[in-house]
Design a protein around this ligand. Sequence first.
Ligand code: ASP
Ligand code: MG
Length: 409
Amino acid sequence: MGIVVQKYGGSSVATAEHIMAVAERVKRGHEGGLGLVVVVSAMGKTTDRLLALAGEVSREPSPREIDQLLSTGERQSVALLAMALHDQGIPATSLTGPQAGMKITGRYGSGIISEIHPERMRGLLAERQVVIVAGFQGMNALGDVMTLGRGGSDTTAVALAAALHADRCEIYTDVEGIYTADPRIVPKARRIPEVSSAEMAEMAWRGAKVMHPRAVELGALYGVEIHVRSSFGEGPGTIIRKDKDMERLETRETIAGIVHDLDVSRVTLTGIKTGPGTMSRIFTPLAEAGVSVDVIVESAPKEGSSDVAFTVSRGEFAEARRIAGEVAEPLGGEVEGEEELGKVSVVGTGMLNRPGYAAKMFDSLGQAEIPIRMVSTSEIQVTCIIPATRVEEAVRRLHEDFELEERDV
Ligand code: ASP
Ligand code: MG
């Protein structure tokens, strides 16, 4: 029997009607002969609401209790979906993360999956039951429930697909798949029928919101084929597969898409004395404070001093600036910050070993007189940090100049 893991996000289970519609789809898969494991997120904005509640009763809620609380959102939706399926005459059992054998380690609020014991799920599948698993949670070594961090249900689904050697993992969401750019900004953006996991991982890390980047990477690592589809229609969606097109790698002319992110701030330490260990003096305290840094640029030292700039998300800007200030002072430097930035990236394995993509991007932004604050590149992407107010225009320009609407993707 072929096993398929399906995952339904919060917007797909937002109301009782939505849950019944999901039950319809699950029923069709079940009757078509598939062994189904269904991962669900909390209904609609439940997780946000629970977090806000925690903030109302406590100034600093304990991470353990936050996980205890947030895990209940997914427990509601699994039970409700099981009931909806029973109503349709489909045998189904809901499981919390711990009941499904998900073992988690790491920190509360950002757990990582260490092991999966799939015996219970396998037993239920053997009885031809639909197995419904609460996303984004598992049990730690103390026997406590621990979550994987926001958006973690995608990771649960892909991990289960790997552990159960499923044929594929289907991610159901409120959009038709992955697009060459955000269709709300570029109406002519096209759905990408198939994308490599390497490209998808870059797109996800750089701002494509449809799938959690961690889940994409996990899928790549274990060779899980992922299908991203709309839960509201029957469209084919996007298939994410490990470099399906190796043979075309060198002849491929194109890039996969343009992604953007408006959640970027920059902190700059100017005129700091540099020498061995300076970078670690700056970035170790940031890491210890749990601030995640994205792009880092150091200027060439002039007379023993240089500038170091880095980007963080806006939520971490104040903290990063404070820490940078403490480091800059003894090094004789100062700190500047720019909060309202964004980033725009051109992503595609087509640019591997081919020069010219960065130049083309700079030219396109230059023509539009969009100032570039920082640049970061890897083999398959070029990212420019620009003012937040210019991001939409940049995305439209790049989509046009790279001729993304015209080609057959
Ligand atoms: N409910 C969790 C969240 O909102 C997990 C998820 O939906 O993936 O972050
Ligand atoms: Mg999500």
